[in-house]
Design a protein around this ligand. Structure first.
Ligand code: ADP
Length: 753
């Protein structure tokens, strides 16, 4: 008994020092109840009469009454079973109810029907016979004992961890000993049980086995409590199942999310479905959606050594993450449609601006031609008339310059929108490097000489003469850098150096890096402005450069085009002394025939503008021009006047259809954007005319629709060629010569302008 008291006391102290969970609370509760009972029993041994015996017994029962309940709660907690507070409260109230009868032991016969005080040797005893409350209380204790054994045996079978298994074994022994002594005590199976309260021995043994479980197998190890605490505090729901998919553990968040886990036996089907959902979500990568939230399940195998013992499912609440992703997607959609709207706007704007520019430049061309005619006529003119025509010629030259400038700005804006929309595509083909560089050099040397600058082209004559790439874009990039060099240089020179990256001889079909260096002696770029140089709409030193025309788009477009071609661009500049732009463009070699001596042929640019002369006449040829804008129809007619062509006009697709039914044309120039029936539709209707006279008539698309891929788009739609507005008379004539019946053409000497 003394050993029991010391043992119980030790457990109390042990529990107090490590308090951390309900497990400790219940154990402490059990030990204190047991301690009170044992101490009272010691005192009982010193009583000499019924009154004192009964008084001490009442104190003892104050502890003993709670032993069964506290032990059951402790074991249930240890086995992971929690009972509702209501059940615990009812059990507590029942104990108090029983204690009420014990406190009045002498005055009622419901607990002890009969009792008497008797000394057996030196030991005071209280032989008694039980009343109904006594039996109910005894039955309750038996129930507690059976429940404890059931819980421990179940936990022992389920437990996979060897140490925990041993711990459960000792607990099981301790409870079984207690139950056995209880049975002996109750049924007085042994002689000694008639005299002594052998429960005292039962409790001593029970406490001893419990102590072993506690000390040897670390039953109350705080780390276990700590781990449980941490796992319960996790934001993630954790569910552990064994190899048979039976739930063996779950944490608090899991219990809140899936209340059916509490009674996993009863809800087996629901839990199996849940696990199935988890697994299919893991396989498909789609999250699980529940009660307006989105969860991502994960499954981790649980092993002991090499043996798989189950699976740990963790479920994280990723609703925020998904909400954020949805928001991003939504924002992207808004941005995409805004971008789309912008591109559409730019395309429309370009179309709308090109149409009036077509008229301005077209009629301006006519003014120039008229002026030239008057200027070159042999007829006598008064000096004031000559001067007036001289001036008109100069003004129309200015209109042409400004119109072309406006056009290049529109082209730049269109290019940028195409690049930004990811719609810019490179169009590959063979081209002559020599012609390309000569064209560019001709134009630049003209501009340079206008500013009094020297243009020095330096092209390695061994460079392959024919390359394969997007000539239009290569030309655009080089022209842009050279134009800038001229624009931002007031005196000195602009150099164009073209080399191969290395001297290694290349064969046709191989790739080579073309290095284009543009050096100027201009204003230079401040080091702090270098970062802004390639930004869209970025212009440096606005004040200083205010008189220089520009949009700040050229370099941005150039860099993006170069990078689309797989090359790069570098800048070196000394503020006040000049800049050097080095472009590297990989191109495929098409023919290794060298470009040859280059500079000799571009020495003296022919800057004098020659008077217009039609490149051909075709007075027998009949063509049809279709455009909804009457101004454009007039422009086309005027531009082609000197060719002598017979021109019909139609201001709608329907009108064109009517005319094509009546006459056979040698060629049709067709606008695209027209109300009711657009150019493509009109074309297919012409082609569909049964026995139509114009089934084979070449139809050329002449449109202000200049967005990327327009040419390809219209050729694909069945047009024979494509001309963009504003149309240049030289280009127009070239295209017509290509498609008009040769027998109807008599060639003149054209002055390309
Ligand atoms: P812009 O149409 O203004 O010329 P760019 O994109 O071609 O647009 O050039 C951006 C800016 O970079 C120019 O406004 C100019 O300030 C500067 N820049 C470009 N080339 C040169 C150069 N060769 N020398 C000095 N500054 C230059």
């Amino acid at each position: 008994m003394y050993v029991t008291i010391i043992g119980l006391f030790a457990v109390c102290v042990f529990t107090l020092t490590r308090w951390g969970s309900m497990l400790h609370t219940y154990l402490f509760f059990y030990c204190v109840a047991n301690l009170v009972y044992n101490i009272a029993y010691v005192v009982l041994q010193h009583t000499t009469n019924l009154e004192t015996y009964v008084a001490v017994l009442k104190v003892g029962y104050f502890g003993r009454l709670w032993v069964g309940l506290s032990m059951t709660l402790f074991i249930a907690e240890l086995c992971g079973k929690t009972y509702p507070t209501l059940v615990k409260s009812i059990a507590g109230i029942f104990n108090m109810f029983v204690y009420f009868f014990i406190l009045n032991l002498e005055n009622n016969r419901l607990y002890y029907k009969h009792m008497e005080f008797k000394m057996v040797g030196d030991f005071p005893t209280l032989p008694h016979s039980g009343g109904p409350i006594y039996y109910i209380y005894t039955f309750m204790n038996l129930l507690y004992a059976i429940l404890c054994v059931y819980l421990i045996v179940k936990a022992y079978i389920k437990e996979k961890n060897e140490i925990a298994k041993k711990r459960d074994l000792f607990l099981m022994i301790s409870v079984i000993v207690l139950v056995a002594t209880y049975v002996i005590y109750f049924f007085k199976l042994m002689e000694i049980a008639r005299v002594f309260d052998i429960m005292i021995i039962g409790y001593a043994l029970c406490t001893a086995f419990m102590l072993i479980a506690i000390v040897k197998y670390k039953m109350l190890d705080t780390t276990v409590a700590a781990k449980n605490y941490v796992v319960d505090e996790l934001a993630e729901s954790i569910i552990v199942v064994d190899n048979d998919n039976k739930v063996s553990y779950y944490n608090k968040p899991a219990q809140i999310l899936f209340p059916e886990l509490k009674d996993s036996k009863k809800n087996e089907d629901a839990i199996q479905k849940l696990l199935l959902d988890f697994n299919s979500s893991i396989d498909s990568g789609d999250p699980v959606r529940m009660e307006g939230k989105i969860y991502t399940p994960r499954a981790n195998p649980l092993t002991e050594g090499d043996v798989r013992i189950g699976t740990l499912y963790s479920l994280s609440d990723d609703s925020e993450h998904y909400r954020y992703m949805d928001e991003l997607r939504e924002q992207k959609q808004i941005a995409d449609s805004a971008n789309e709207a912008k591109s559409q706007f730019l395309a429309n704007m370009s179309h709308e601006i090109r149409t009036p520019i077509n008229a301005v430049l077209g009629f301006n061309e006519m003014i120039t031609r008229e002026c030239e005619k008057v200027r070159d006529t042999k007829e006598e003119k008064s000096p004031s008339v000559s001067e007036a025509f001289e001036n008109i010629g100069m003004y129309s030259g200015n209109i042409e310059g400004a119109g072309n400038n406006l056009l290049s700005i529109i082209n730049d804006i269109l290019d940028l929108s195409k690049i930004e929309a990811g719609k810019m595509e490179l169009v590959y083909g063979k081209y002559s490097l020599g012609s390309l560089l000569r064209d560019i050099s001709g134009m630049i040397s003209f501009r340079a000489s206008e500013k009094g600058l020297e243009f020095i082209p330096d092209v390695d004559e061994n460079l392959p003469g024919e390359l394969y790439g997007d000539m239009v874009r290569v030309r655009q990039v080089i022209t842009n850098i050279l134009t800038n060099a001229v624009k931002y240089t007031d005196s000195g020179n602009v150099r164009l150096i073209v080399r191969a990256e290395d001297d290694r001889p290349v064969k046709a079909g191989e790739m080579m890096n073309l290095i284009i260096t543009v050096k100027d002696t201009g204003i230079g770029i401040r080091p702090e402005d270098m970062k802004k140089l390639f930004g869209s709409f970025e212009r440096l030193e606005l004040k200083r450069n205010s008189s220089i025309e520009g949009t700040g788009l050229g370099l941005s477009i150039s860099r993006q085009l170069i990078s689309m071609m797989g090359g790069d661009i570098k800048v070196n500049s000394e503020y006040g002394s000049g800049s050097t732009f080095v472009i590297t463009i990989p191109q495929k070699v098409s023919s290794t025939t060298p470009v040859g001596n280059f500079s000799a042929r571009t020495d003296k640019p022919d800057t004098a503008k020659k008077p217009y002369k039609a490149s051909f006449t075709a007075t027998d040829a009949l063509i049809l021009v279709v455009d909804d804008s009457t101004v454009n129809l007039r422009v086309a007619k005027a531009l082609l006047r000197d060719t002598g062509l017979v021109i019909d006009t139609a201001d709608s697709g329907n009108k064109a259809l009517e005319l094509t039914k009546q006459k056979k044309y040698d060629l049709i120039l067709m606008d695209q954007r027209m109300p009711n029936m657009d150019g493509t539709e009109a074309l297919s209707n012409i082609r569909a005319q049964q026995d139509g006279a114009n089934l084979a008539t070449p139809v050329i698309c002449m449109t202000a629709d200049a967005i990327i891929g327009s040419r390809e788009k219209y050729l694909e739609a069945g047009f024979d060629d494509y001309l963009s507005k504003p149309v240049k008379s030289a280009e127009l004539e070239k295209t017509l010569i290509k498609f008009l019946p040769p027998e109807k053409i008599s060639k003149g000497e054209s002055n390309d302008r």
